[in-house]
Design a protein around this ligand. Structure first.
Ligand code: T3D
Length: 262
């Protein structure tokens, strides 16, 4: 994909690794472009039924490469709005819209847009020593890449605002307590735990899981009557899948289901 983004598919699981450890996996433009390409490839490939995002070394990602930002005015390059709209915003939309589960395995510090990308994922597993840092305030910026949307929904407006306005740090234990992550594990067990969960999801009823994601994401901004109607609409689709038939047959035959993902 790129020197700094690794993409590997194994047994239905696509693992996207941010791989620029000497700079804590801070995102450069080529990295963001490669990330977008990897997400599109995972969405397109029917063999991929679950994604894992993680980082190499002691960081998940320290967010935007600030050396690149500092050169922006001088080089007459892209302004902030255009940059966000053509890079991070597309990556966040891709993570949210892909109808496959996306796991963030937060192996180390996740700061700024690195934290936002983790927050956009469907499930977060976090290493005990990792931290989430709303680093934007520290460099005089607004939380971006979805953090103003995700954080208040996950932890309530007041705590989200305080965290963002102070550029605060959240330890793994605090993240668990706040409901920002679903599980905290020792650092050396994180990759295994993420792959184990991913393997389980990748052998599940992928179509129904994808539709579940679509319905729940939509339900965050709609009324109950809309959600009920949408569930019924999506159940029409799920009910027509081979996996639905397999699940029912397996139940009646008292055997484990073998889901094909369609
Ligand atoms: O339009 C747009 O693109 C705007 C988008 C903005 C989105 C954002 O993400 S804004 C927020 C950007 N991120 C930050 O402000 C975080 C900056 N980093 C830090 O605060 C610290 O590095 C950490 C708290 C994350 C970790 O601290 P520490 O002490 O463990 O490590 P360190 O020594 O600071 O970093 C190690 C190396 O990584 C160091 O390089 P060196 O000196 O050894 O060559 C450091 O400069 C580099 N590094 C870390 N973060 C970044 C970075 N280099 C470039 N950009 C970074 N964000």
């Amino acid at each position: 994909m790129s020197d700094s983004i690794r993409y590997a598919v194994d047994e239905g699981v696509a693992t996207i690794t941010f791989d620029r450890p000497d700079k804590l996996n801070a995102f450069t433009d080529p990295m963001l472009s490669a990330l977008g390409k990897a997400l599109r490839e995972a969405a397109r490939d029917d063999a991929v039924r679950c994604l894992v995002l993680t980082g190499t070394g002691r960081a998940f990602s320290a967010g935007q490469d600030l050396a690149d930002v500092s050169g922006r005015d001088a080089s007459g390059g892209m302004r902030f709005r255009e940059h966000l709209e053509t890079t991070y915003n597309r990556a966040i939309a891709a993570i949210v819209e892909i109808e496959k589960p996306v796991i963030a395995a937060i192996n180390g510090v996740a700061a700024g847009a690195g934290a936002s990308i983790a927050l956009a994922c469907d499930i977060r597993l976090m290493a005990e020593e990792a931290r989430l840092i709303m680093a934007f305030a520290g460099v005089g910026l607004v939380p971006d890449s979805g953090s103003t949307w995700f954080l208040p929904r996950m932890m309530g407006y007041e705590r989200a605002f305080e965290l963002a306005a102070t550029g605060g740090r959240v330890t793994a234990a605090e993240a668990l307590e706040l409901g920002l992550v679903s599980r905290v594990v020792p650092g050396d067990a994180l990759a295994g735990a993420a792959q184990e969960l991913a393997a389980r999801l990748a052998t599940g009823p992928t179509k129904a899981i994808g539709l579940t994601k679509r319905a729940m994401r939509r339900a965050l901004t709609c009324r109950l009557d809309d959600a009920l109607a949408y569930e019924a609409q999506l159940q029409e689709i799920a009910g027509g899948t081979a996996d639905h038939r397999e699940g029912v047959a397996a139940f009646l035959e008292k055997r484990p289901a073998r889901f094909a993902g369609r």
